[in-house]
Design a protein around this ligand. Structure first.
Ligand SMILES: Nc1ncnc2c1ncn2[C@@H]1O[C@H](COP(=O)(O)OP(=O)(O)O)[C@@H](O)[C@H]1O
Ligand SMILES: CC(=O)N[C@@H](CCC(=O)OP(=O)(O)O)C(=O)O
Length: 295
């Protein structure tokens, strides 16, 4: 017999009790990826996990993506999605749609789900309260044929250059949960589209977060046999990138984890957002749920 959602929550809460003190008053940044958003039930379970963190005395900050949802909107408008080096090539029209989808519909959907739990979430992007400034990304790739490095022109794709934590700190004091979209202004007056993983890493670094969680579509970092690796040091993670065990979209994610650890985040976890209540299972159980990357 399967448990109802309220029975599941009561059971999770009972399991969580012994672990609650560990993270009291600590900041946990949760990156909620577009692939992890899945269906309505998963969305509700995610919102209730964030609410439960807040009720346990944790200071949760949500940074979300929405790559597939941006792709769907662009295609509705007859615009083809183009990626280079894992980043969306973003012209003026595209950045307008990116901002509309990320800072508009997705952001408000997540805020509404958290608010339905009785907690107070507030939706923001880097523009609000001068929280984040970006500049044009300087990304290079090595051409596999000629072995020559070239600079990519990705248009309005940005990288974070400044984070001002004033607004986030104020919200935490007011018991509000910030939900942040990875869109930020440049000092040049343009709006930039920033990869949600790198944006979350920059926010977690600026806040000296205790944990940064990446919710994705696999259980964590898998070894050559497809088995979950429970804990990885920065050196081990680099070796797995070098020997090809970590590939594709997992490379920039793990590189962001390494950067976040260097920036002062104490532990970064990659876990499956497609498993209901994965945030609580990670934070409030002895062995966690995904791959913990540590210094
Ligand atoms: N060693 C590995 N362990 C787990 N996933 C890996 C590994 N190497 C490559 N991947 C791929 O990385 C993907 C996750 O990265 P990505 O698709 O960019 O995630 P997201 O869209 O959640 O940001 C996985 O679905 C998997 O296909
Ligand atoms: C520059 C760049 O590629 N930005 C991403 C921002 C959204 C994102 O990163 O969403 P996920 O976390 O769901 O992948 C994009 O336009 O798709």
């Amino acid at each position: 017999m399967s448990l109802s959602e309220s029975e599941t929550q009561a059971r999770l809460l009972a399991q969580a009790l012994p672990f609650m003190q560990r993270y009291e008053n600590k900041t946990i940044v949760v990156k909620y990826g577009g692939h992890a958003m899945g269906n309505a039930e998963l969305g509700k379970a995610f919102a209730s996990d964030i609410a439960l963190l807040k009720q346990s005395g944790v200071n949760p900050i949500v940074v979300h993506g929405g790559g597939p949802q941006i792709g769907a909107m662009l295609s509705k408008m007859g615009i083809e999605s183009k990626f280079e080096g894992g980043l969306r090539v973003t012209d003026q029209k595209t950045v307008e749609i990116v901002e509309m989808v990320l800072a508009g519909s997705i952001n408000k959907e997540i805020v509404a789900l958290i608010n339905q739990t009785g907690e107070w979430a507030i939706g923001l992007c880097g523009k609000d309260g001068n929280m984040v400034f970006a500049e044009k990304a300087k990304k290079t790739v090595v051409d596999p044929d000629s072995n020559i490095e070239r600079i990519l022109d990705l248009g309005f794709v940005g990288e974070v250059v400044e984070v001002d934590r004033t607004l986030i700190d104020l919200l935490a004091k007011s018991e509000m949960i910030p939900v942040i979209a990875p869109v930020a202004p440049g000092r040049d007056g343009h709006t930039y589209n920033i990869n949600a993983d790198t944006f979350a890493g920059a926010i977690a670094g600026a806040l000296n977060a205790t944990r940064l969680l990446f919710l994705t579509d696999v259980p964590g970092v898998l070894d050559k046999n497809g088995q979950l690796i429970k804990e990885l040091s920065v050196a081990e993670a680099r070796a797995l990138i070098k020997d090809g065990t970590i590939s594709g979209g997992m490379i920039p994610k793990v590189e962001t984890c390494i950067d976040a650890i260097k920036a002062g985040v104490q532990g970064v976890v990659i876990l499956n957002g497609k498993t209901a209540h994965s945030v609580l299972l990670e934070i409030f159980t002895e062995h966690g749920a995904g791959t913990l990357i540590v210094p």
